[in-house]
Design a protein around this ligand. Structure first.
Ligand code: ADP
Length: 497
């Protein structure tokens, strides 16, 4: 790599980040070392805040992918990781978490530069990744088997074993935390790993791969194949993978699942969302406004659980929206690394154009659109926070995942109507209920079709809390004890007494 940063951005980065960006190392990381990709396809790393290229890397070819899977397979089969004592794996993963913590500011700056998100948000992401790694490090020594009450002639047990080679295909919005939801439990239980980060955000994953080697994770246990959709497709078509964990769009998730049918590989899919926030008039409306804002403006709305539909009691609709718009106007839209920024650009020009076109369609269909900020410049991929009112249920702005800072507001007349609107999309990832009535919170939570319901709060993630969707938002739960099922397989042993 050779960093070609805008001077103003260069001045915001620490010397360690700059020297890392200048090292010519970014490519496939296989069997413990950096390789030259066997492909001519170069992909630019772009700073979304300026639209300028920072550096470039060669996309991994199908041959690179095949080498990475073969390395992970060898590393699994010879037991260099899976047959270590669980306590040893726990200690190595804790050491890795300590190294990540030591370099947290470097990784946060790389993440902010690569994704465009505000540095303060990137710092929280890295903290989350560290917490998830530590949480699953502890699980290495906690999973136990059972003795089964089979007929008395037999002694039968059920034990949990690593499943083998696990692959992850991850998106651009939370590169390191989403990688960690998959990698940390996989490694804790003794599996080996191949990571394919989003082509738009490879920096933090590449930095982390290097840390894995420094932490003493044996060669071949963690491999990285940076590249775009073609590299991901090559990964899903490669024989020798036992599980693929995917986070991304519903359409790509379907392609991953189709490909996995041919190789009979297990999949878990965390896909898109169109998550509703239901605000009842008996709620603490002041807190609800902040909760709705956090739910949609965080990471400029590029969040799978973005609370992109505000479903609100008609009686408080106007005053709530007016106050929300007024508070939103106080946000600072700017470059992610600039200290005053609390709302960054979108990740790419294509994503910005996609979001703008969905808003234009909503306007053409008769909705009212409130744009709450001036754009800082015309080079970065900025979209101002946008509030859409007067949309009809069923319209595309109300149904499709926008993945940008666009909040669609729908009024409801009563509780049944609110729930009908909330459940009225193909998705079912997250949802929220804002109400001062405990009975209403329970009643409504029960009827919401979503993997997560937050009540009087939004976006709470924690290593202990299982996360995933229903309907077009996918299946399988990451985080918490739920991940044990994904990264271990049951072995039944029957001994004739
Ligand atoms: P997003 O729009 O959130 O980027 P995508 O689903 O396009 O969602 O991308 C998520 C991840 O899937 C990225 O790492 C991307 O490179 C990868 N990807 C894209 N197309 C394919 C494919 N056909 N097979 C496997 N992975 C893919």
């Amino acid at each position: 790599m050779s960093a070609q940063l805008a001077p103003a951005v260069r001045g915001l980065l620490s010397p360690s980040v700059l020297s890392w960006l200048d090292k010519p190392t970014l490519g496939p990381f296989i069997d413990g070392s950096w390789r030259t990709a066997r492909s001519d396809t170069l992909i630019d790393v772009i700073d979304p805040g300026t639209g300028l290229p920072v550096t470039a890397y060669a996309a991994s070819s199908a041959e690179d992918v095949s080498d990475a899977v073969a390395a992970a397979r060898r590393a699994f089969d010879d037991g260099r990781w899976s047959e270590q004592d669980p306590e040893a794996r726990e200690q190595t993963l804790r050491h890795l978490a300590d190294l990540l913590e030591k370099d947290a500011e470097v990784v946060a700056q790389l993440e902010a530069l690569d994704t465009g998100k505000p540095l303060a948000e990137a710092r929280l992401d890295i903290d989350e990744a560290i917490a998830v790694l530590r949480y699953y490090a502890g699980w290495a020594t906690k999973v136990e088997g059972t003795v089964i009450p089979a007929p008395r002639r037999f002694f039968a047990t059920s034990t949990r074993e690593a499943i083998g080679v696990c692959a992850a295909i991850t998106p651009w919005n939370y590169p390191l935390p989403i990688l960690m939801y998959k990698l940390a439990p996989a490694l804790a239980f003794g599996n080996t790993f191949v990571a394919k980060p989003s082509e738009q955000t490879v920096l933090s994953t590449a930095y982390f791969a290097q840390l894995c080697a420094t932490a003493g994770i044996p060669d071949g246990v963690v491999n990285l194949v940076p590249g775009a959709g073609a590299t991901g497709a090559a990964l899903t078509a490669t024989q020798g993978i036992d599980k693929i964990a995917f986070t991304g769009s519903t359409r790509t998730g379907q392609a991953v699942m189709r490909a996995a049918a041919d190789t009979l590989t297990r999949v878990s899919l965390e896909l898109g969302g169109k998550s509703p926030q239901l605000v009842f008039s008996d709620a603490d409306l002041d807190a609800a406004i902040d909760g709705v804002m956090g739910g949609i403006w965080t990471n400029a709305g590029q969040v799978c659980v973005a609370g992109s539909r505000l479903i609100i009691d008609r009686r408080v609709h106007d005053e709530f929206v007016a106050e929300l718009v007024s508070r939103t106007r106080r946000l600072n839209l700017g470059h992610g690394l600039a200290p005053a920024t609390n709302l960054g650009p979108l990740v790419s020009a294509a994503q910005r154009d996609h979001v703008v076109s969905l808003v234009d369609q909503a306007v053409a269909a008769g909705a009212n659109v409130e744009i709450t900020a001036e754009l800082p410049d015309d080079r970065g991929f900025f979209v101002a926070p946008t509030v859409v009112t007067g949309a009809r249920p069923g319209q595309s702005i109300e149904q499709e995942e926008v993945f940008g800072p666009v909040l669609t507001v729908l009024p409801f007349d009563d509780e049944d109507h609110a729930i009908q609107l909330a459940n009225g999309t193909d998705y079912g990832l997250a949802s929220a209920v804002w109400s001062g009535s405990a009975a209403r919170v329970h009643r409504v939570s029960r009827r919401l079709r979503a993997g997560t319901v937050w009540a009087n709060t939004y976006g709470v993630f924690h290593p202990t809390l299982p996360f995933g969707g229903v309907k077009a938002s996918g299946f399988g739960r990451e985080l918490g004890s739920a991940a044990v099922d994904h990264y271990t397989e049951l072995k039944t042993t029957v001994i004739d007494l």
